[in-house]
Design a protein around this ligand. Structure first.
Ligand SMILES: CCCCCCCCCCCC(=O)SCCNC(=O)CCNC(=O)[C@H](O)C(C)(C)COP(=O)(O)OP(=O)(O)OC[C@H]1O[C@@H](n2cnc3c(N)ncnc32)[C@H](O)[C@@H]1OP(=O)(O)O
Length: 163
């Protein structure tokens, strides 16, 4: 289901208790298993939609595109926060982010079939907030753009540490 762009995706560094996300959690058997990495100063992930990701025949469901933007955005936010601190992704103390705001613009129909490339550009890094601009492309055509405001994981959402 997922195109493995690299063996060292940001999501590979998520601890087990944070690996259940539908979009990017490696421990979710029903999830998308999105995997993101750096490409210079940008972040990138690829994903090949399946026939059951249909909106209208031949075109990708917009909610899936929003999910790709969401999870690539939060993964990019975490990676950017680590990079800003000069630390290896996943090192302690962990820098975990959730989505505060998700904005998506569907610029043209997204063809169902080819792999999609999701790219992120880091716009702002603060201690508790990272803003990421994103695009989703089929081949050289950008089909959607987006913006994610990611905020550090609040205590109310933090899973208990493993026993
Ligand atoms: C390594 C392991 C990784 C592991 C990570 C694995 C998890 C994968 C996550 C997948 C993504 C998801 O689906 S996460 C699930 C969906 N998201 C949620 O359920 C989040 C629910 N919302 C919340 O809990 C809260 O609203 C927060 C945490 C998002 C914000 O808390 P808060 O306490 O209100 O934050 P606050 O201090 O006011 O704001 C902090 C900064 O963010 C800005 N901000 C806050 N909300 C918004 C907003 N809606 N739109 C724009 N900007 C906003 C503020 O202006 C401020 O910017 P400034 O003034 O500083 O400039």
């Amino acid at each position: 289901m997922t195109d493995l762009l690299t063996d060292h995706a940001f999501q590979d560094t998520y601890p087990e208790e944070l690996s259940h996300c539908y979009g990017c959690g490696s421990s979710n058997p029903h999830g998308l298993h999105l995997r993101s990495t750096w490409d210079g100063d940008e972040t990138v992930a690829t994903f090949t939609p399946q026939p059951y990701h249909t909106a209208l025949p031949g075109f990708v469901y917009g909610g899936l595109i929003a999910s790709l933007i969401d999870c690539h955005g939060t993964g990019s936010a975490s990676a950017a926060a680590y990079r800003a601190e000069g630390r290896a992704p996943g090192s302690d103390p962990a820098l975990r982010f959730v989505t505060a705001s998700l904005h998506v613009d569907f610029l043209r129909p997204t063809p169902l079939g080819p792999p999609l490339t999701v790219r992120g550009r880091i716009e702002e890094v603060k201690e508790r907030k990272v803003v990421v601009s994103l695009s989703v492309a089929a081949g050289d055509q950008i089909c959607a753009t987006g913006r994610v405001v990611a905020v550090r994981l609040p205590a109310s959402m933090a899973p208990p540490p493993p026993a």
